[in-house]
Design a protein around this ligand. Structure first.
Ligand SMILES: NC(=O)NCCC(=O)O
Ligand SMILES: [Zn+2]
Ligand SMILES: [Zn+2]
Length: 472
């Protein structure tokens, strides 16, 4: 089956040019002017941008967490992702509480296999590394094509790893050429601050933010950086939210350490005052690390622009407001942590970034797609528009103006963290390996059509990166 995308403006991490794209079966086979092919379906993209499909390196679909489970599963989550212009997700496979790593991965395959409508891979999330797990780790990484391991330094009562486990993970990462992803907050000190706040009678959602100050993100980021450096491991700091953490990443990169950083749309666009909303509505904005006071957002934009942060994750981890978020009605520490972002990641970054002139269109593509594909070993199959790449393509209308709302989104959640935000630009059609998943804003994909992606370690992560600019 052949398709030609005609008349669009192709944007990659490095180029912006008008050309047609010939797709044969699942791959891009030609890029050029005035392409034609017998029996090809013609897709008119004039006046539109043609982007590589978004690569979201950070999702939690159907994940047990905070005594409950996230509300978007692999069906609703991947359909919403596709509507939003994302064609690949990397989800965290939880291993805590499982008999062994193989069982944990099997469970994650079962969640995803007949539901996913876009391609996907797994990161392995570990809380403890006993001898048996350390022995099994290389076998699973190799067999499953997994190149990334996740460690939490937060959530003292659930997933938090000790510094010993973190260091073991870095050593295992070094031995197996895997990137170690770390949630950097000091969970033990946060636990203490939460107990103090509760003892003083504080129950409101805002105390979620007040008990997780940016200094504790900065401290944990520095700790992870130093331990990774001692182990000569590759570190990827997930969901960076504040100046304190960004500055540690910049210092490390200036020294040539192998450190990468991710931020997320809410940290770039919202601030801590959202948690002060009355009638418990602040709970809609409870996730970790929390939203920060005004000022941090510009610092994150500067770091993204300066390429000190490389990727944009959604950190999709949704809980209904009139449902599971109510678990914390009388106690902020019981509000399930997380928000619904998978669908708006692409459009919010385009609108707030490119449309508002904070980043260029190439920087947008780099951080929404290409860099995640490179860091996690999917490039050039994913993350770009090139001959031989998978035909994962977003046809994007940059002229559409709309308001984000839970009334029109496709996530299985009764609220939007971006409710009422005016954005410019919207994906109108999305192809995954040459097949439409979204056509003219309508879902036309098939449950289970998404393929599991085996990955290989990437030379991109070997590069000792030098700073190209500093943020103020
Ligand atoms: N971010 C959040 O609050 N929930 C998801 C788990 C995590 O990434 O920390
Ligand atoms: Zn996290
Ligand atoms: Zn997360």
């Amino acid at each position: 089956m052949k398709k030609i995308i005609k008349g669009g403006t192709i944007a990659t991490a490095t180029d912006l040019f008008k050309a047609d794209i010939l797709i044969e079966d699942e791959k891009i086979t030609q890029i050029g002017l005035n392409l034609s092919a017998k029996d090809a379906e013609i897709i008119d993209a004039s006046g539109k941008y043609v982007f590589p499909g978004g690569v979201d390196p950070h999702t939690h679909l159907d994940m047990p967490f905070n005594n409950t489970v996230t509300d978007d599963n692999w069906e609703t989550g991947t359909i919403a992702a596709a509507f939003g212009g994302t064609t690949t997700i990397l989800d965290f496979c939880l291993t805590a509480g499982e008999k062994n790593l193989a069982d944990a991965v099997k469970k994650w395959h079962e969640k995803a296999a007949d539901k996913a409508v876009i391609d996907y891979g797994f990161h392995l999330m570990v809380s403890e590394l006993d001898d048996a797990t350390l022995k099994e780790l290389p076998i699973i990484l190799e067999k499953e094509g997994i190149t990334s391991i996740k460690v939490f330094l937060a959530y003292a009562k659930e997933f938090q790893a000790t510094d010993r486990t973190l260091f073991q993970a870095f050593k295992a990462g070094k031995q197996n050429n895997a990137v170690i992803m770390v949630h950097c907050e000091n969970g033990s000190v946060i636990d203490e601050l939460v107990n103090e706040a509760k003892a003083s009678g504080h129950t409101d959602p805002i105390y979620h933010a007040l008990t997780r100050p940016p200094e504790l993100e900065g401290e944990a980021t520095k700790r992870a950086i130093e331990l990774a450096h001692i182990a000569d491991a590759k570190l990827y700091v997930v969901h960076v939210t504040c100046k304190e953490a960004v500055d540690e990443i910049i210092k490390a990169r200036e020294k040539g350490y192998k450190v990468f950083g991710e931020t997320c749309p809410p940290y770039l666009t919202l601030d801590q005052t959202e948690l002060e909303r009355p009638n418990f509505e602040g709970a809609k904005y409870v996730w970790s690390p929390p939203l920060r006071p005004k000022g941090h957002q510009e610092h994150l934009w500067n770091a993204l622009k300066a390429k000190q942060l490389q990727t944009i994750g959604s950190d999709q981890c949704s809980f209904n407001f009139n449902g599971k978020k109510q678990l914390g009605r009388d106690d902020f520490s019981k509000i399930p942590n997380g928000g619904p972002f998978i669908e708006d990641r692409f459009s919010v970054l385009y609108s707030e970034g490119v449309h508002k002139g904070r980043i260029t269109i190439n920087e947008f593509v780099e951080s929404i797609s290409t860099n995640a594909a490179k860091i996690f070993g999917l490039f050039p199959q994913k993350g770009t528009i090139a001959i031989g790449s998978d035909a994962d393509i977003v046809i994007f209308d940059p002229t559409i103006e709309r308001e984000i709302s839970a009334k029109t989104h496709h996530m299985n959640v009764d609220y939007s963290a971006f409710e009422g935000m005016k954005v410019t630009g919207e994906p109108v059609s999305v192809l995954s390996r040459g097949k439409f998943v979204i056509k003219d804003k309508t879902f036309v994909g098939q449950l289970g059509s998404g393929k599991y992606l085996k990955r290989t370690s990437s030379p991109f992560t070997e590069k000792k990166s030098k700073a190209v600019a500093s943020t103020k």
